[in-house]
Every structure is written in structure tokens, then in C-alpha cells.
Design a protein around this ligand. Structure first.
Ligand SMILES: Cc1ncc(COP(=O)(O)O)c(C=O)c1O
Length: 410
């Protein structure tokens, strides 16, 4: 049994935390311990002022002139360059646009158009539904089959028949993390293109897309990047695929010269070819302000803190609530910044937790998930959350009619 954490232990960890100053950059509600930054990141304080100024000054006073005076038109590229630093890409390899689902559609189409002789698209069984649905749809358009296998079987399934491998780096249910470098190499050796969904990785774990030689990646702006509800997503295309880059959603803002209003589509050079329509400037401005909190953050240090937070959670709950089955890898190198447990009444437990100010979430059929966003969580918060969860489990407080109702969004 690993050594338990005491209150003085976690207070000492907070005092020694190199990221402790970051919490003040967030507007966190009093009395809440927020363990759901893997679903919707918390609100960075700078966002409100930025949105106020974009609304009243840029939009209200500048009106349409602001497309030029505030360079709204290139905001997707500027945001892309800021996210590039967090995912190991070069400036010009990432653009912020659309949703992760739409971006996946675009990059998978590009990837498959590079491959002439292939029969399947390989993916992981039980991956996030949008990945499965979009992959199936694009595969159908290319006349290919989708093969979904368990994580452990992916290397063996990478045969010459595979046109593309689509994988979420950190699994949304279990928090298990793939070995991006070795799977990318293995897939490319087999002749397949690789698409990484970084929804649960960007802003949570160190990623080095260029170093591992990734082909394409997509990810969300509203999770660990804290861009706000429905924040636009990002898409990465390795520089070596930029020449002749053409994706199927040929909208006017992906055109080489949108304001020439030409009759025929000609893609913009480089990553701008991934753009489609008019960028949502309010949401993009929120994401831009939110990214300030990452400016001087070393993602290796952030992951090291998330690992300590997760270790407190796992160690304490093993003692306080042994009936919860840990489904996240115990080895920090094999997981993201999330810890999940299985329990038959997981939904009711999460509701009971939320009623006591600890916010996590539930995923069908019996999984409770907890995200450890290292910029705004203290070791003390996580330790306190284990005390609350431990009490709920020991007293069976979850076994209450009030916690059975399912909301539309869980
Ligand atoms: C792995 C993964 N991919 C994609 C998405 C959703 O992407 P979007 O709603 O931006 O299309 C999610 C949402 O939770 C996700 O977990």
C-alpha cells in the first residue's frame, strides 16, 4: 500500500508548486473544486475584459473596419501559432477553425487522397463517438472499410492495407495515453497516414508533433485550453504536406484570395487551406485571451504537477473508497491528466459529488471521470475532493432518488 497523503503533505506540495501563481489568473467560483477541465476548462480572468473590449471597441465602434484595423482576418493563424508552441509544431503548421469534428473530416479526407492502394482506415475500438462517426463517413466516401481494434492490437493491425490511422492520443473514458512516437513510426512504416485527435492532450500533456513526425492532428479549444463553451478547434498539418494541400470543404476563406471573389476555387497556400468560412471572432478572442495563461508554461512541468495531483487522488481513494475500480493506467507515462473509475452507480455518485461542490463528470455506462488541470488546481483541492468522495462512498449518500435523474448533458 503506498504511503497516504496528509494535510501537511499537500500543503507543502502547494507551497513548493512552481505553477502555484497560475491559479490567481482564473475566476473560480467559491466553494467549488473543479475536476472537469477535461470537458470545459475554467474561465481565465483575462477573457472577460478582452470580450468586453472586442464587443464595445472593436465591434461596437470599429464595426466592419475592424477586420483590418484589428486584423480579425488573420486571428485564426495567430491563434494557431500560439497553440503550435504547446503541441510541438512550427509556426504556420496550425490554424484555429471550425470544430474538432469538422477538422477531422477535412484531414482524414486529405490523408486518404494521398493513398492510392488501401482498403481500410484503422482506429481504436471505443474511441470518442465523433471520431468513429466521422471516420466511418469519410471511409465510406473513399470506398474503404473501418477497422476498429483494441489499443493493444493496433501495432499488429497496421498492415499495408491501412490507408490512415485515426487515434485519440488520450482516451476520453479511461485517460490512457498512446505512445504517439512509436505508433506514428509504425503506421508510417506500413504506408499509412496518421491523424491524432489531441482533444484531451493539448494544454494537458507535452506533445511534440514535429519530433514524432506526425502527419495531421486536430483538437478542441474548450477543454484544457480554456477557450470557453464551444470554443473553436485547431488543426495541424505537417509542413511537408502543405504543397498542393486541398481539403473538401472548399469555402471562400480557404481560397488563395478570398476578396478577389473569383469564380473558381484555388486553395490558399499552407495551413490557410484548412480554413472554410468566416471565423467566429468573439469566440476566437476569448480563446486568444485564455491562451495567455500558457505563455510561460513548460508543459513537462505542467504534466509533472498533474501527475502529482492524480497520484494524490488515486492513492487516497484506494484507501477511502476501495470499491471504485481504477480504469486509468497507474503509470503516469501511460495516462493523460485524467483519472477514471468504474462503479455501477457512477452517475449517482457524480451527482452527489456535484451537490457537495466537487465537479467531475460521468460517462456511460458506469464511468466517473476527473480531470486534473494543473494550472488552477491545488494539491489541497484534490486531497479535499478525495475526502468528500470517500464520505459519499462510505455513507452511500449517492443512494438517493435526487441523484438518479439524468440531465440532457451529462
Ligand atoms: C476525443 C474527442 N474528440 C472530439 C471531441 C468533440 O469535438 P467537437 O465537438 O469540437 O467537434 C471531443 C469532445 O469531447 C472529444 O473528447
Amino acid at each position: 500500500m503506498p504511503r497516504r497523503y496528509t494535510l501537511p503533505d499537500v500543503e507543502a506540495l502547494d507551497r513548493a508548486d512552481p505553477l502555484r501563481g497560475k491559479r490567481d489568473l482564473f475566476a473560480l467560483p467559491a466553494g467549488v473544486i473543479y475536476l472537469d477541465g477535461n470537458s470545459l476548462g475554467a474561465l481565465p480572468r483575462s477573457v472577460k475584459d478582452r470580450i468586453d473590449s472586442v464587443v464595445s471597441t472593436q465591434w461596437g465602434e470599429g464595426l466592419i473596419r475592424s477586420w483590418n484595423t484589428y486584423d480579425w482576418i488573420d486571428l485564426p493563424a495567430r491563434l494557431g501559432d500560439r497553440i503550435a508552441r504547446l503541441i510541438g509544431a512550427k509556426p504556420g503548421e496550425v490554424v484555429v477553425t471550425d470544430s474538432t469534428s469538422v477538422n477531422l473530416y477535412k484531414v482524414l479526407s486529405v490523408a486518404l487522397s494521398h493513398r492510392r492502394y488501401c482498403k481500410t482506415v484503422l482506429t481504436e475500438k471505443g474511441d470518442f463517438p465523433t471520431d468513429a462517426y466521422i471516420t466511418a463517413s469519410v471511409a465510406r466516401q473513399f470506398g474503404l472499410e473501418v477497422k476498429a481494434v483494441d489499443a493493444a492490437d493496433i501495432p499488429a493491425a497496421l498492415t499495408g492495407e491501412v490507408g490512415a490511422l485515426v487515434l485519440t492520443e488520450v482516451n476520453y473514458r479511461t485517460g490512457a495515453r498512446h505512445d504517439m512516437a512509436s505508433l506514428t513510426r509504425r503506421a508510417q512504416d506500413a504506408g499509412a497516414m496518421v491523424i491524432w485527435d489531441l482533444a484531451h492532450s493539448a494544454g494537458a500533456v507535452p506533445i511534440d508533433l514535429d519530433a514524432v513526425g506526425a502527419d495531421f492532428a486536430v483538437g478542441c479549444g474548450y477543454k484544457y485550453l480554456n477557450g470557453g463553451p464551444g470554443a473553436p478547434a485547431f488543426v495541424y498539418v505537417a509542413a511537408r504536406h502543405h504543397e498542393g494541400l486541398r481539403q473538401p470543404l472548399s469555402g471562400w476563406l480557404g481560397h488563395i484570395a478570398p476578396f478577389s471573389f473569383a469564380d473558381d476555387y484555388q486553395p490558399a497556400p499552407g495551413i490557410d487551406a484548412m480554413r472554410v468560412g468566416t471565423p467566429p471572432i468573439l469566440s476566437m478572442s476569448a480563446l486568444d485571451a485564455a491562451l495567455d495563461v500558457f505563455d510561460d508554461v513548460d508543459m513537462t512541468e505542467a504534466k509533472a504537477k498533474a501527475d502529482r495531483l492524480a497520484d494524490i487522488f488515486i492513492t487516497e481513494l484506494a484507501a477511502l473508497a476501495p470499491e471504485l475500480e481504477l480504469i486509468t493506467p497507474a503509470d503516469p507515462a501511460r495516462r493523460g491528466s485524467q483519472v477514471s473509475f468504474r462503479f455501477p452507480e457512477a452517475h449517482a455518485v457524480v451527482q452527489a459529488l456535484i451537490a457537495r461542490g466537487v465537479i467531475g463528470d460521468f460517462r456511460e455506462p458506469d464511468i466517473m471521470r476527473f480531470g486534473f488541470a494543473p494550472l488552477y488546481l491545488r494539491h489541497l483541492d484534490v486531497w479535499k475532493a478525495t475526502v468528500v468522495l470517500g464520505r459519499i462512498m462510505q455513507s452511500r449518500a449517492w443512494d438517493d432518488e435526487a441523484y438518479r435523474a439524468r440531465a440532457k448533458v451529462v
